[in-house]
Design a binder for this molecule. Sequence first.
Ligand code: PHE
Ligand code: FE
Length: 301
Amino acid sequence: MSTQPRRVENLHTDKGKVPVYATGIVEQPWDDYSDDDHATWSTLYARQREILPGRACDEFLAAQDAMGMSADRIPKFSELNRVLAAATGWTLMGVEGLLPELDFFDHLANRRFPVTWWIRKPEQIDYIEEPDLFHDLFGHVPLLMNPVFADYMEAYGKGGVKAHGIGADALQNLTRLYWYTVEFGLIKQSGGGQAGGLRIYGSGIVSSKAESVHSLESAAPNRIGFDLERIMRTRYRIDSYQKTYFVIDSFEQLIQATQPDFTPIYARLSRQASLPAGEVLDTDTVYQRGTGEGWPTDADV
Ligand code: PHE
Ligand code: FE
């Protein structure tokens, strides 16, 4: 989450230089998308929408429908912003890449969501290391239509600004929470789904065909009930499927559990060792203990 932002001065497009504003904000250069770019969007969009019913949580699918993202061409941020503004007051802003942490938190705290404007190349269709437009827009933006999740994201941004003022360890604890909820979270949904009613809400999963299947159906990973402090101690993988997915009961649970002041929690956690990504504790609520098949053996982040 915290790699160096790319220099926005490098942003030259077919139409010349795209306006670049403060803290890396870019006007979406929509006219510059090529036919290949639109085709990449529509291929990925169709592929995910085909496999997600019954796998993604109903809130995600409903929110995406309500938002009305175009399936056949890259959506215009300006059009989505009209819908979002009316629903929850969030605004999408184009960015060139990852922002400095404090800028990112400040945007979220003010209900602005940074979306990478460029889309992956056809040869990167299945996997790309850095977040691109498909991950950000398809994966993150739909749930901003959901009032409860929209509030969680704002609260997270405010918590980020605060953690930034506390120090690097607090930030690391908070980043793990983002990772295991916003990016890779599962939710229990009564009324079915795979793997005993588990569904996906994390954007890192929902924007990946392979991980959408793996996270729910593979025997390899652990699936463990949400526990705030436990998650904030747990390392993670950035280069492979997660070894552990954490399961919430509802978005309300997420809001409730993260409401308390984290300052004393950070202090407590600073005296505890971090946990390897694949560890299972006696105190865990275990939905599934993973077989560990295929897990990388080098250290987790
Ligand atoms: N309650 C947290 C704090 O005091 C802020 C927060 C809210 C963090 C929601 C993450 C998610 O720092
Ligand atoms: Fe992301």
